[in-house]
Design a binder for this molecule. Structure first.
Ligand code: ADP
Length: 451
């Protein structure tokens, strides 16, 4: 086994940076925070052993700047880098540069990030591993005419997606040919604005889909295990709002089959680290590989709560060469996570940055809050609007919902609008309580009017 790291630089911000600092400290490893001038007051800066300012607010000049991050690695003498999620976490070049500098990138090897980052290669790899995939070859669409021809072959409904996609942007469902042009124009404009790349590809739209993903871990010796699923079907415009484990839609047989498929996916690329294999599951419980995320995910705490393991610790142990045990992990009890965003849920989820004047986070048995904010903290407008994750754990789903309602009621955030009222509304919906929802469900609901 390689030597334990002495100092990890966290190439990220916000709650995930803080989350990593906590585990590193418990493992006796020193931490370095990096921050932009907009994040001086963030808790990750305060709680790390050292902190380096790496530039102005704009992500391109700070959290996405590889030269600046590598300079911070050099001056602090860090021997490992944890990329968190988002930013450079799935950037194979960054992983490669870390390796060239002789620092360990806590995550998969660059070639594994590349294999899964490219959607065409990812699907080909899965097909070879005999994992069912969402129909569609992933090739770039040349024009509307080309798209119409392919959609005819595939059969409607179809979905067009941005090749550079992420966060649900640049995606449109098309039910019939005369909807094509409009969907094409708006998806391309959205993709261009978000990613500077308007390349599109097409997939069969899986009807009434549930988004169910399998958490996997692979070690450096070729062993891959799974840690069961997360259901992320409560989505707004293809973005996750609530996640839970186990999935209310899950059966033992389906978990077995999806778990095996996810392991095959990991084994096919000799996966090293924690990763998530995302599937869409239709009403008949057929499942289709969608994509693999080669990093820790926002929603990892629900898995941690029901399998009672620290996934960041697992990542670090794998990175310094520890072997995995033989067993897969199965959920005990039920966990739900609500993403608390600084957005006004009753006004189209409009971002609401600004100063938090008062803050009281929920507490009590089975309640966990992962956050980097506090009373007096100003939410900068430059980054993601997520300010906290509220996670509850209870023996059954019903009790978890009751606990979540209790916890939401005592979560006080003043000065900015948040999605707490949305989650309070959601917990009361009969369909949610019954586990009766797919990724389109929320879009069909009438939300309370703006105040
Ligand atoms: P991103 O990378 O932008 O997050 P994903 O490819 O992970 O995008 O898809 C996000 C969501 O979009 C999925 O969880 C699902 O709700 C929806 N989606 C994507 N592809 C399909 C499809 N082929 N059929 C049905 N829904 C889809």
């Amino acid at each position: 086994m390689a030597e334990k790291f002495k100092k990890i630089l966290i190439a990220n911000r916000g709650e995930i940076a803080l989350r990593i600092i906590r585990t590193a400290r418990e493992m006796g490893i020193k931490t370095v925070a990096i921050y932009s001038t907009a994040d001086r007051e963030s808790l990750h800066v305060r709680f790390a052993d050292e902190a380096v300012c790496i530039g102005p607010p704009s992500s391109t000049d700070s959290y996405l700047s590889i030269p600046k991050i590598m300079a911070a690695v050099e001056i602090t003498n860090a021997d490992a880098v944890h990329p968190g999620y988002g930013f450079l976490s799935e950037n194979a070049d960054f992983a490669e540069i870390c390796t060239e500098y002789g620092v360990k990138f806590i995550g998969p090897r660059p070639e594994q990030i590349r294999q899964m980052g490219d959607k065409i290669t990812a699907k080909d790899t899965m097909i070879k591993a005999k994992v069912p995939v969402v129909p569609g070859d992933g090739e770039l669409l040349k024009s509307v005419a080309d798209g119409l021809e392919q959609a005819k072959k595939m059969g409607y409904p179809v979905i067009i997606k941005a090749t550079a996609g992420g966060g649900g942007k640049g995606m449109r469902i098309i039910n019939k040919p005369d909807e094509f042009q409009k969907a094409w124009d708006s998806a391309r404009a959205e993709a261009k604005a978000a990613f500077g790349n308007d390349g599109m590809y097409m997939e069969k739209y899986i009807v009434e889909p549930r988004h169910i993903e399998i958490q996997i871990i692979g070690d450096q010796f070729g062993r891959v295990i799974h840690l069961s699923e997360r259901d992320c079907s409560v989505q707004r415009r293809h973005q996750k709002l609530v996640e839970e484990c186990p999935s209310p839609f899950m059966t033992d047989e389906l978990r077995q089959a999806m778990g095996e498929a996810a392991i095959k996916a990991g084994e096919a690329i000799n996966y090293e680290g924690v990763g998530t294999v995302e599937f869409l599951v239709d009403a008949e419980r057929n499942f289709y590989f969608m994509e693999m995320n080669t990093r820790i995910q926002v929603e990892h705490p629900v898995t941690e709560e029901v399998i009672d393991h620290d996934l960041i610790k697992e990542q670090i142990k794998i990175a310094y060469g520890e072997r995995l045990g033989e067993d897969n992990y199965y959920p005990k009890g039920h966990a739900i996570e609500c993403r608390i965003n600084a957005e006004d849920p009753w006004n189209n989820f409009r971002p609401s940055p600004g100063k938090i004047t008062s803050f009281h986070s929920s507490k009590g048995h089975g309640v966990r809050v992962d956050t980097h904010v506090y009373a007096g903290y100003t939410i900068p407008p430059y980054y993601d609007s997520m300010i906290a994750k509220l996670i509850v754990r209870a023996p059954t789903r019903e009790e978890a919902i009751t606990k979540m309602e209790r916890a939401l009621n005592e979560f006080i955030i003043e000065g900015v609008k948040t999605t707490v009222p949305f989650h309070q509304w959601l917990m009361k919906q009969q369909d949610f309580r019954d586990g009766n929802f797919d990724t389109g469900w929320l879009g069909q609901q009438k939300l309370p009017e703006g105040k």
